[in-house]
Design a protein around this ligand. Structure first.
Ligand code: ADP
Ligand code: MG
Length: 696
């Protein structure tokens, strides 16, 4: 043992073997202390169970192999040089080929090197792997013959350029562990026992040098637990702070609410009743509600929003409802206006591009308090929109807005209550992580009169039959919708395609029908006109781009045909499908698949197999990952290193129990009772906690 043990916070250049150049490179990769280094987890592991003999690799399979480079060098190609190496073991040999970066790889891989290689085997004259992932191995490290489990690390370009590879990490970390005292744990032993997790010290050693797959699993569990724990703790602290935002309680339910409640021509579902109670309870408290209402398309969120609004107005507060598109805003306005009149509330709409005179009138009505409820789009967050007493903010399809937009609207009142709604059911694990600082309400029940929609994927050969089926439907008074995708890069040509198709269909197959065309380039008046005609059954067939996605509620529409369905995401298809089946007539969703890929086939099959938005969102999340799912890839929201919110559902529930149970105290008490947990929380999330305070 050296005289002086290492400390976690020591810089890396205090280690032998790390000179200034490597030290700089590692810092660039975000690794500057010993603590950073041992928290740099392997990306995968090699052992006897997942390495196969080179002689047995098969074309088209994904393999891990280990061998020696027999020959390597640049080869002249037709256009440019490429790099080729022959890797062999006792059982056979295989070619590794690099077309890109050939000269660079030529400097890194030499005859005699031992490599661990992963990639897909292809046949091109002979079996080979093109652009494989590879790691240099030390001659002494042999995952095949020694029975060790070998760690492979993420090696981004900055590291590779300075010849920092997995071998380097294994060597340096092994050396550190020889000199490092036991790593202090956040959690006491009885806590660890209760949640069945191993000590931090053990986990951090095993994650780099696992003794067995079982002990590796335990290490992974402990480290995942850490990440979920501090994430949830951060959420719970933010939640605690938010719960303290004082606001005017909206306790009374006046004549406004009663008039509406007694005049709706259906009975609320049990789920709607439950959620209404949750909202009412929140509104009556002197702290601002922050509630997310999830409910599948057609589950009846709007009526709850209206009832909530009526409670606010009963208490002399104003209400703002913000929707992401004009069409959706129009629809809400229509729904709100009708019931607002019943409840003797004044309701106005504010959207972009209104005549100045009308806009001025609404703005002054909001400022004086004459208008109780305003429905609108982003136009609501403009500077000169001032409220007399904004008590409740409702945001529909919240994922279409940025956090800042929602906050801008809320800032027009004094900590107003907030209800956000989404028709994109969010898988539970995501909801409690991503939206964990809000309260959740879920409408998990459709109104009784709904008949499930039948969904069918077809190719274009079947179109003629389907068109004639649509004609039958229209002849018996129903309405149909055809949707064309708009893809951003080629928006123009796609639009042309939709217009062409409209011309063609309306002149030929559907010439006896009234056909309307709806797309984003139309003037607002034109759009409104078409939507109105479709609502009033003056248009039998609506051909549309995806502008129709949210917001049309025409219970008489029974067929939704989606062209190029493979271009849409699952959630979007589910949204589109939700435009039909809103009444009490049997409805159909036809997905026309023009191009077949493995992934699209799978997606369309899922659509055929279920109408349950929660199942669909789960699948969507699995297929696309959480970043894509929320369109927040860049935001760094999920910067977990080892935790996975898609697959860690059970663990997340355990962690939540721990956080909201044992650690359910506020920041000040946490600081005094468990300093080490407090410090780690501040280190990881301190800025977020502060930011969420200052945003309010
Ligand atoms: P979404 O949740 O998609 O916003 P809406 O609020 O637009 O759904 O409701 C869809 C349709 O269902 C509307 O026409 C609405 O009037 C109707 N609706 C809502 N709740 C019920 C219910 N409990 N019973 C029958 N119809 C209902
Ligand atoms: Mg809605």
């Amino acid at each position: 043992m050296p005289e002086k043990a290492l400390n976690l916070l020591d810089p890396l250049n205090s280690l032998k073997g790390i000179g200034p150049s490597r030290n700089d490179t590692l810092i660039q990769a975000g690794i500057s202390t010993i603590q950073d280094l041992i928290n740099y987890y392997p990306r995968k592991y090699l052992d006897r169970t997942n390495i196969i003999p080179i002689g047995s690799v098969k074309n088209n399979s994904q393999v891990n192999i280990v061998g020696k480079i027999e020959a390597a060098g640049l080869v002249k190609g037709r256009k440019r040089q490429f790099f080729k190496a022959i890797l062999s073991d006792k059982s056979g040999m295989i070619t590794l080929t690099w077309f890109n970066g050939a000269r660079y790889i030529n400097k890194l891989i030499k005859t005699g090197d031992r490599l661990a290689v992963s990639g897909k085997v292809e046949f091109y004259n002979k079996l080979q792997i093109v652009h494989p992932e590879y790691d240099q191995l030390n001659t002494k490290e042999d995952p095949l013959n020694s029975g060790i489990i070998m760690s492979l690390y993420p090696i981004p370009g900055v590291l590779r350029k300075n010849r920092i590879d997995s071998l380097f990490f294994r060597k340096i970390i092994r050396k550190i562990y020889g000199e490092l005292r036991e790593i202090p744990d956040f959690f006491q032993e009885d806590f660890r026992k209760k949640y069945n997790i191993i000590s931090l010290d053990k986990a951090l050693r095993e994650i780099h040098f696992p003794h067995s797959n079982t002990s590796l699993d335990k290490a992974i569990k402990r480290l995942k637990f850490n990440e979920h724990f501090f994430f949830q703790l951060q959420i719970s602290s933010r939640r605690k702070l938010a719960k303290k935002l004082p606001t005017a309680p909206l306790k009374k339910t006046g004549i406004q609410t009663k008039m509406i409640y007694n005049n709706i021509n259906f009975e609320l579902t049990n789920a709607q009743k439950r959620v209404l109670k949750e909202i009412k309870d929140d509104l009556s408290k002197p702290y601002a509600m922050d509630r997310l209402l999830q409910g599948d398309v057609g589950s009846g969120k709007t009526i709850l929003a209206i009832l909530a609004a009526s409670i606010a107005v009963s208490n002399n507060s104003q209400v703002a409802i913000m929707a992401p598109t004009e069409i959706l805003s129009n629809q809400h306005y229509k729904a709100f206006k009708k019931l607002a009149d019943l409840g003797k509330m004044s309701c106005a709409q504010l959207i972009g591009g209104m005549p100045n005179k009308d806009r001025k009138k609404i703005i002054s009505g909001l400022e004086s308090g004459k208008i109780d409820i305003v429905v609108g789009t982003h136009a609501l967050i403009q500077k000169d929109v001032i409220f007399n007493s904004l008590g409740l903010v409702i945001v529909d399809e919240q994922h279409r807005f940025g956090v800042n937009q929602r906050i801008s609207l809320a800032q027009k009142g004094v900590n107003p209550h907030s209800l956000t709604m989404t028709a994109t059911p969010i898988p539970r694990t995501l909801a409690i992580t991503y939206h964990g600082d809000m309260d959740l309400s879920i409408i998990d029940e459709l109104p009784k009169d709904r008949i499930p929609i039948t969904t069918k994927t077809v190719n274009k050969d079947r179109l003629e039959k389907i068109y004639s089926f649509m004609i039958d439907e229209m002849n018996s008074g129903r309405q149909c919708i055809i949707v064309y995708p708009l893809v951003e890069e080629s928006e123009k040509s796609d639009l042309t395609a939709a217009i062409e198709m409209y011309k063609n269909l309306s002149k030929n197959i559907f010439k006896k029908m009234k056909v309307g065309l709806l797309h984003g380039r139309l003037e607002k008046d034109e759009k409104d006109e078409i939507m109105k005609d479709f609502s009033n059954n003056k248009i039998n067939l609506l051909i549309s781009t995806t502008v129709i996605e949210v917001g049309i509620d025409v219970p008489n529409a029974t067929v939704m045909l989606v062209e190029h369905a493979e271009r849409f995401g699952l959630t979007q298809l589910h949204q589109l499908r939700g435009r039909v089946g809103r009444g009490n007539k049997k409805s159909y969703c036809i997905l026309v698949q023009r191009k077949k890929t493995e992934n699209s086939k799978k997606r369309l099959q899922i659509m055929e197999s279920t109408n349950d938005g929660f199942v669909i969102s789960d699948e969507d999340l699995k297929l696309r990952g959480p970043g894509e799912y929320f369109g927040i890839k860049q935001s760094g929201f999920f910067n977990f290193k080892i935790a996975n919110i898609v697959t860690d559902g059970n663990l997340i529930n355990q962690v939540r129990n721990a956080v909201f149970g044992e650690f359910n105290f506020n920041l000040t008490t946490l600081q005094s009772r468990n300093k080490i947990v407090y410090n780690e929380l501040m280190y990881l999330y301190g800025d977020k906690i502060e930011k969420s305070l200052s945003m309010r």
